[in-house]
Ligand binder design. Structure first.
Ligand code: NOJ
Length: 728
């Protein structure tokens, strides 16, 4: 009897004093989630579905009130601060004052670096070096973690073919495959081998989906996405990144053919959760739930919340709509507890995955040891060097020869340190950045003198600086003109009706050309530009995009010849704004050589894939390992590439496939693989594309079903083609 009582006592003691399962580090995550869910009240669950903002006021001493007002059980915060001490204070409140001690997920827009700002995404894609991108993102993740950030709203993998849209700067260009590869590279960098690694942050794929197709390049606007292009063009980067393990997605602002992306059950639930089995969560973009009212599909905020949630958006960014309305919607039986539990589980899964329950606090490291570490600055410099595109180099104007003793450096971008780091660089400091001028100063020290004049501002009509600029150019051997866009001209809500630079900048170049000196045009901008008038005035053109803090040094290295440029465009430069949209993988047309504009040349100025080097690479005829290939078989196509020059250089082989006849008209050609290799002077290397027909030769229909059809296919590399035949 005594023994029996003792056993009961031990049993009860175990129940009341043992730590709950969800706090047990060793228990499987799914069991921890289940255990926690069954302990949570409805109110606690609803709070997890909301994201607040915090810390626009960066002074830790002034935020007491803001912190007191913050509910302890909130799901997530957009953390505008970079202070780990403040994060820990907020987190402590969540851990200690919420009944169950659920950590907050701190999110922020870490888009192209945190404090060490590296090139914007469109530039990164031009590097064709995804592993370098992964390394840069890994370094950014570490700076983010040490600043209190667990989750970044990146990568943006919206295929974009209208450079009037300011957000082309944030993605990886016009091609679905390129967006997929660089999206995956970015996810790998942020999330590392495991989300739970000390310096991993969760990625967020955005903006799901079709946002890049906003009509006329106008931001936040309607997008008419046919089911065929949804599956063929806009979904593939998302599918690749979901497969690579991206923890979260953000639903977009646009309306997809009448059903807003944030209320789209088909894309959010049927495709993402049911077909692709994504088990993380979707956050709405800023105000996107509320905007369902403006978009005309919800009569009020409550209905907007219902529509977004039941379509598959688990977290409400900043609108407070879920928090205000969900209790009532549950009572009215419009939302079930099963739906709430599933949504909360998804959010908890990311929190458990990041290890936040077991280590909710950020290690405190001094700013000196946290930011701008030599290895991360070096990575930013390497990526900048590989992402600058040499667009034109008439008569080998570049590199600047040793005979050149006087170099004119002119233009509004020459000494700029603010715009050069690019949009979405909130934690970047312009003081950390190297200007073009500083880079050149360092590079040419003791070799040539620099003569500077600003010439004009980025915009406006003031030509007062022209005379000085002309004088500076006249006494120099070569003229480097540094033009471009202010950083606010691209990014969100930064659409432009023309992609030409303001007339004042073009006039400056025309005035400088009259000196008869060689003109090297350096462009820093977030979108392809209309260079119709500038190109004929320039002997050489280097597109440096918004290269981040180390851009000055990288450009100087390219101009001096220390660095051999190796980037190629990931987005086409149309000849004029009126030529938009122009992209390399257009579908085959009825009369390919006709119907084009009669008043301008038919071709864009620079196609996707264009980019020069100081080396010359000669491509032999590609050879296929077999001419007839079975659908379930494999074939490899190889090409020998020789560096016929006297300088070492990197070459990217871009492999395209075209299928002239199919049951659905196919694009003229599609990029399916690329590889970048370094070739010494005179060296020859073999590039090989291992083709798996089911993966590389199949295409999707409007329902997402893949088809593999027998027939002829052309494999193109270096403008040379080989034909293979696919047989049953
Ligand atoms: C709105 C932007 O569209 C999105 O890209 C960003 O991540 C969120 N705001 C949060 O800042």
């Amino acid at each position: 009897m005594k023994v029996f009582s003792l056993l009961i006592f031990i049993g009860l003691a175990h129940l009341s004093f043992a730590q709950p399962l969800y706090k047990d580090k060793k228990a499987p995550v799914e069991s921890r989630i289940k255990d926690l869910i069954q302990r949570m009240t409805v109110e606690e669950k609803i709070l997890q579905l909301n994201q607040y903002t915090f810390g626009e006021n960066r002074n830790v001493n002034n935020i007491g009130k803001e912190m007191n007002e913050l509910p302890a059980g909130i799901g997530s915060l957009i953390y505008f601060s970079a202070d780990p001490v403040m994060r820990n204070r907020i987190q402590k409140k969540a851990m200690d004052s919420s009944r169950l001690g659920i950590p907050i997920l701190f999110g922020f827009d870490v888009i192209h670096g945190f404090r060490t700002v590296y090139p914007i995404s469109i530039a990164q894609a031009c590097s064709w070096n995804p592993s370098l991108v992964t390394q840069n993102c890994r370094a950014a993740a570490k700076e983010s973690v040490l600043s209190g950030v667990d989750w970044t709203f990146s990568p943006m993998i919206d295929v974009a073919r209208d450079p009037r849209w300011g957000r082309v700067s944030e993605g990886y260009g016009e091609d679905p495959y390129t967006n997929a590869i660089f999206g995956v590279a970015t996810v790998k960098g942020y999330q590392g081998a495991s989300l739970s690694d000390s310096f991993s942050i969760a990625a967020c794929l955005k903006h799901y989906v079709g946002y890049g197709l906003s009509e006329g390049g106008r931001d936040y606007h309607y997008s008419d996405v046919s089911a065929q292009s949804l599956w063929e063009t806009y979904l593939p980067p998302y599918e690749a990144c979901v497969k690579a393990g991206a923890a979260t997605l953000m639903s977009a602002f646009n309306d997809i053919s009448g059903v807003p992306a944030t209320a789209n059950h088909y894309t959010l639930t049927e495709i993402l959760k049911q077909r692709w089995k994504h088990d993380g969560f979707v956050v709405a973009d800023w105000n996107a739930v509320d905007q369902l009212v403006a978009q005309g599909v919800a009569k009020d905020r409550k209905e907007a919340g219902l529509k977004a949630f039941t379509a598959g958006v688990e977290m409400d960014m900043r609108d407070n709509i879920y928090r205000e309305n969900f209790k009532q919607l549950i009572q009215e039986q419009k939302i079930t507890m099963a739906q709430i539990n599933d949504a909360v589980s998804r959010i908890l899964r990311v929190k458990f995955g990041l290890g936040l329950f077991d280590q909710p606090y950020t290690a405190i490291v001094s700013e000196k040891d946290r930011y701008l570490q030599p290895y991360s600055v070096q990575l930013a410099a390497d990526l900048a060097a590989e992402s600058m595109v040499l667009l034109k180099n008439k008569n080998n104007t570049l590199p600047i020869g040793i005979g050149v003793k006087q170099v004119a450096v002119i233009g509004p971008m020459a000494k700029d340190k603010t715009n050069i780091i690019g949009s979405w660089s909130f934690n970047g400091h312009s003081a950390d950045a190297q200007s073009i001028y500083e880079g050149l100063e360092h590079e040419f020290q003791g070799k040539a003198s620099l003569n500077y004049a600003k010439g004009c501002a980025f915009d406006g009509q003031d030509e007062a600086g022209f005379d000085e600029a002309i004088a500076v150019a006249s006494k120099s051997d070569v003229v480097i003109v540094c033009l471009g866009e202010e950083k606010t001209w691209s990014g969100e809500n930064a659409s432009r009706s023309t992609i030409a630079l303001p007339a004042i900048q073009e006039k400056l170049v025309a005035a400088l050309k009259k000196t008869g000196k060689q003109i090297v045009l350096v462009l820093s901008n977030g979108r392809p530009l209309e260079l119709l008038r500038l190109e004929p005035l320039s002997d050489a053109i280097v597109e440096i995009w918004q290269p981040g803090i180390a851009g000055g040094d990288a450009l100087a290295g390219i101009l001096s010849g220390r660095i051999n440029p190796s980037a190629k465009l990931a987005i086409t430069f149309p000849l004029t704004t009126g030529q938009i949209p122009t992209y390399y993988d257009m579908r085959q047309s009825a009369r390919p050589k006709e119907g084009l504009y009669q008043d301008i040349a038919t071709e864009p100025l620079y196609w996707f894939g264009h980019g020069l080097s100081y080396a010359n690479f000669s491509y032999a005829q590609p050879v296929a390992s077999a001419i007839k290939v079975k659908k379930q078989g494999k074939v490899s196509v190889s090409v020998s590439v020789k560096n016929t020059s006297e300088v070492e250089g990197k070459e990217t082989a871009l492999w395209y496939i075209s299928q002239p006849v199919a049951s659905i008209s196919r694009p003229m050609k599609e990029l399916k693989f690329f590889e970048k290799k370094n070739l010494k002077a005179g060296e020859e290397a073999t590039f090989t594309f291992e083709i798996v027909p089911t993966r590389d030769l199949s295409f999707t229909d409007a329902n997402g079903n893949r088809h593999l059809e027998a027939g002829d296919y052309f494999i193109e590399v270096g403008k040379k083609k080989v034909k293979i035949e696919l047989v049953d």
